[in-house]
Each structure stands twice: as C-alpha cells, then as structure tokens.
Design a protein around this ligand. Structure first.
Ligand SMILES: Nc1ncnc2c1ncn2[C@@H]1O[C@H](COP(=O)(O)OP(=O)(O)OP(=O)(O)O)[C@@H](O)[C@H]1O
Length: 332
C-alpha cells in the first residue's frame, strides 16, 4: 500500500547540513497498522510527512497505492492527499470554528454539495461520539475529544491511509488507551491502513502489526511487532523496551544463582500452559524463576521469563522446551 524506496531528506541550516532520512526503504501492507519508533531526532516526523509530501525528499521515491507521490504535479498531489488523512500531536484544529465546521472543512475545500457535507459530517460526529459537541468550539473540549475531532476531520474524505504523528503523546494514559482503541476499531472496520509514529513503545505494543525502529535517519530494525518486542536485535530497541518496563531489564551479573540461565518465550495459548513444570518433571530438573511477565502484543498473549536450571539435565530441558515451541535463548 505504501512503499518508500531510498528516501533521503537533508535539511540545511546555519549550523550546516543535517541528514534526517538516510536512504530509507520501507513497505507498509494494505490494512496494516505500522509503527515507526525512535528517539527524538531520529527522523520519525520527517518520514511520515514524506508519505503525503508535506516534506519532499531530496532523493528516492514514495508510492501510495500505485501512485508515485513524489512524481505528482500540484493538482494531482491535492487529489492524492484526499486518500491520505493525517492527525497530529497538538490536534491542529481551527479554533475559531465549531467542531462540526472543523470536520466539514476538508469537504468544503473540495466543493462538495451542502447536503452531502452535512450528511457526512453528522455521520462522522455520531461515529466518533461527538454529536453532542457539534456546536462547541475546540477550546471547550478535552484533549481526547479534540483528537476525536482530528480523526473525524481526517476521515472526512474517506481516506485509505491514516498518518498519525505522535497522536497520543499529548494525552494522559487513559485517554491514550481510548484513542488507540478507536484507531484499532477504524483499522479493523474500515480496513484503514495506519502509519503511526511514536516514541512510546506501549503504543506500538497495543496496536501495531509491524514496527520499524529508526535511528539517525536509518531503519535499524523492522518486523512483526511480537518478533521485534520479544527478540529485539538493535541496542536502541532494547533500551527503549527496557525503559517502557520501568528500566527493569534482567541483569545476570547481580543474580546470586548458579546453573544454566535461559530466557524462555511462550506465545499464544502456550502462555497459559504449565509447559515449564511438565518439562522439568519429565527430565528431572529444578528451576528458579528469576524474572517474568505475561502480557499481550496487539491482543496476542505471550509470556517471557528468565529461569536458572539447576540440579539435573538442563540440556534435555532446553531441547524438550524447544520441541514444544518455546523459544529458548541463552542469557549472559
Ligand atoms: N525544518 C527543519 N529544518 C532543519 N532541520 C530539521 C527540520 N525538521 C527536522 N529537522 C532535523 O531533522 C532531524 C529529524 O527530525 P524529526 O523531527 O523528523 O525527528 P523525530 O524523530 O520526529 O523527533 P521528535 O520526536 O523530537 O519530533 C532532527 O535532527 C531535526 O532537528
């Protein structure tokens, strides 16, 4: 649905040249929720803004559907942008206009007939739970309600793609959750392809099918969210994940146990099965659990724990667990 090929963006300023995106290749499938994460300055905003050409790359191509966005003339670009909605961290609403006028705005710009504008606006306000606020102004709404207005406005022209630029970063955790549930619903019900940039790993864990990790304008890791979260490869991914868990990463050097240390990952329904105790019993090994958590990644359960096998055949336990689909990794 979206393809970036060798996308490079450089900014020139008094301080010199800065490469914000360095030959990025990325593919987002139709109907996916795709997360782009990275630390401040990694290039996330620049990347998402090349998709609707709010930023024009210095080199490379951007495709949305079968259209090359980077090759479009102004009139064709305006038409293409109707297929690409966008929401922002600070909502970017028109403060002098009412909520319904904000939502109607893109339709009015397109010159749609009044009857159609009113019908579509009413439908969107009802869909997003905003009907009772139609005549209010943005200043009278909470952050979560303002973001709903932003989403309604982004959906007005019936886009296939929704770009979210730190859309939940200005919201409290409860409201973030509510907006993420809404994005999840829109993805599932409308088949909307969503590209979401964030510095919050928790946002990716909740809603993204796939994720790319950006550092200094390059993709350092990319894959299915569960794979990247459970088996992160790059140091930046590891450290961002550890921070998301309150900095609690396992440190073998301070654990006073012997034996063989292993990180076990269970996915799906295996998460809730007593696999570890079954295997330990069958091969006659003891184990201590040194850290562990059970959670969900985009709704799929997983369990991950670090154990020390002692007093028995640890090799046999590892082999038996692997046979049963548990991913076993060495811990150092
Ligand atoms: N208009 C601009 N002019 C000059 N430099 C810019 C401009 N926009 C971004 N940059 C620089 O490009 C780099 C990438 O910026 P970008 O905003 O894309 O990163 P980001 O990952 O979204 O960061 P943040 O989370 O802080 O917004 C940064 O070094 C930034 O200072």
């Amino acid at each position: 649905m979206i393809r970036l090929e060798g996308v490079t963006k450089r900014y020139r300023s008094a301080a010199g040249e800065r490469v914000a995106l360095d030959a990025i290749d990325l593919t987002v499938g139709r109907g996916q929720v795709f997360g782009v994460v990275g630390r401040s300055g990694a290039g996330k905003s620049t990347l998402v803004r090349t998709i609707n050409r709010l930023e024009t790359p210095n080199a490379g191509k951007v495709f949305v559907g079968d259209q090359e966005i980077t090759a479009l003339k102004p009139a064709a670009l305006r038409a293409a942008r109707r297929r690409i909605g966008m929401i922002f961290q600070h909502f970017n609403l028109l403060n002098a206009k009412t909520i319904e006028e904000n939502v109607a705005f893109p339709l009015r710009l397109e010159g749609r007939p009044d009857v159609e504008v009113r019908a579509r606006t009413t439908e969107l306000l009802a869909r997003l739970g905003l009907a009772e606020h139609a005549k209010k102004h943005p200043a009278q709404l909470s952050g979560g309600q303002k973001q709903r207005v932003g989403i309604a406005r982004a959906l007005a022209c019936g886009p296939e793609v929704l770009l979210c630029d730190e859309a939940t970063s200005a919201l409290d955790p409860e409201t973030t959750d509510e907006i993420l549930s809404l994005l999840d619903e829109l993805n599932r019900e409308l088949g909307l392809t969503i590209v979401l940039i964030t510095h919050q790993m928790e946002v990716v864990r909740r809603v993204c099918d796939r994720v790319a990790v950006l550092k200094d304008g390059r993709v350092v890791e990319e894959g299915a969210t569960a794979d990247v979260f459970l088996h992160p490869k790059s140091p930046v991914t590891r450290s961002m994940l550890a921070e998301g868990e309150g900095g609690e990463s396992f440190d073998a050097s301070i654990v006073p146990v012997g034996g063989r240390l292993a990180k076990l990952t269970f996915r799906g329904t295996a998460t809730y099965e007593p696999e570890l105790s079954r295997v330990a019993r069958s091969v006659g090994v003891d184990y201590s659990i040194l850290s562990g958590r059970i959670s969900r990644i985009r709704g799929e359960p997983y369990g991950q724990m670090v154990v020390a096998f002692t007093g028995g055949d640890a090799e046999a336990a590892v082999a038996r667990l692997s046979e049963r689909g548990v991913v076993v990794e060495a811990v150092s």
